[in-house]
Design a protein around this ligand. Structure first.
Ligand SMILES: *[C@@H]1O[C@H](CO)[C@@H](O)[C@H](O)[C@H]1NC(C)=O
Ligand SMILES: *[C@@H]1O[C@H](CO)[C@@H](O)[C@H](O)[C@H]1NC(C)=O
Ligand SMILES: *[C@@H]1O[C@H](CO)[C@@H](O)[C@H](O)[C@H]1NC(C)=O
Ligand SMILES: *[C@@H]1O[C@H](CO)[C@@H](O)[C@H](O)[C@H]1NC(C)=O
Length: 278
């Protein structure tokens, strides 16, 4: 369902392989414990509040600029669709200019491609303009991916969220959930990726667990707003700008670059501070 080029992804993966895990802040050198008691060794905390959202993006994320011919339209990710917006981060699909023109879309992805399991949280408002998909997801390939997605032309789009493990070999790997919260206001969307299941939360209330098609490959995290005119999914393209407003994205995770031994020794060297609760 998601417009990615496997080739670009593999190139990106190779390029990122040389990126070292950033230094752990000594105060959380013994990791992060989530509400289920799971401990995670590393974090990427991106607080976009204020006037420097784009500067915060640039610390750990790459703004995407790739394009792809899709069945209905050509989509083109463009840097100007990721920008400082209303004291937060705006990610946008621009108003579409019509048949024959590409759809101008926005996406960020972590530089790190070695994330393997974790708890991932995003505070965001979904776009109000119909005809886009707003996604927050783990991604290695179209068959190693877990998604939280919002389709702004769903019948009840202000209250509808889609949770999916790809490749979605069975319909149960994808769950459409109608919630009471107004998703065009700020809410915290959370995904916990574990070896045997993915768990999905809204404002820390567990909404669904999916135990089928769980990805098991080191991945990136992405957020995007896109549309390819597919009447079965994104619909659109949108007639006006469709903007997601993101206040923060907090990722707590394990990776293949920072192992248990190195983590335990860093924790000990820091004087074994208490595990940070997240
Ligand atoms: C869209 O444009 C193509 C050529 O660019 C044309 O063949 C097609 O009929 C157009 N579709 C509509 C709905 O206008
Ligand atoms: C929204 O969906 C309706 C049908 O359900 C369709 O007629 C309309 O074109 C769609 N609008 C957009 C912007 O996708
Ligand atoms: C863990 O990481 C350290 C430091 O990078 C490395 O020296 C060691 O071989 C790794 N251990 C295992 C079991 O992979
Ligand atoms: C993550 O790392 C912690 C600390 O090393 C470890 O206890 C835990 O089992 C790991 N979780 C997963 C899912 O690998």
């Amino acid at each position: 369902m998601l417009p990615h080029l496997l080739l670009l992804q593999l190139v990106g993966y190779a390029a990122a392989a040389s990126i070292q895990p950033r230094a752990k802040s000594s105060s959380c050198a013994c990791g992060y414990r989530d509400s289920n008691g799971h401990v995670w060794r590393e974090s990427i905390v991106s607080n976009f509040a204020g006037s420097n959202a784009l500067g915060v993006v640039q610390q750990n994320w790459a703004v995407q600029t790739w394009g792809q011919q899709r069945e209905y339209q050509y989509i083109q990710y463009s840097a100007d669709n990721v920008y400082n917006y209303q004291n937060a981060l705006g990610v946008r699909t621009k108003a579409w200019k019509g048949n024959g023109t590409s759809v101008s879309t926005g996406e960020i992805q972590t530089n790190r491609a070695d994330i393997l399991y974790g708890t991932f949280r995003m505070s965001a408002k979904i776009p109000t303009t119909p005809g886009v998909c707003f996604g927050f997801f783990t991604y290695y390939s179209d068959s190693q991916e877990t998604d939280i997605e919002f389709l702004t032309n769903d019948t009840n789009s202000k209250h509808t969220v889609h949770y999916t493990n790809q490749p979605r070999t069975t319909s149960a790997s994808s769950q459409e959930v109608v919630v009471s919260n107004d998703l065009t206001a700020f809410n915290v969307h959370r995904l916990d990726w574990l070896p045997t299941q993915t768990m999905f939360y809204l404002n820390n209330k567990q909404m669904r667990t999916i135990s089928l098609d769980v990805p098991n490959t080191p991945s990136r995290m992405l957020a995007n707003v896109w549309s390819d005119g597919d009447p079965e999914w994104s619909m659109g393209p949108p007639k006006a700008d469709a903007i997601a407003t993101i206040q923060y994205i907090n990722l707590y995770f394990n990776s293949t670059s920072y192992n248990e031994t190195a983590f335990n020794s860093a924790c000990k060297q820091s004087g074994k501070p208490a595990v940070c609760q997240v």
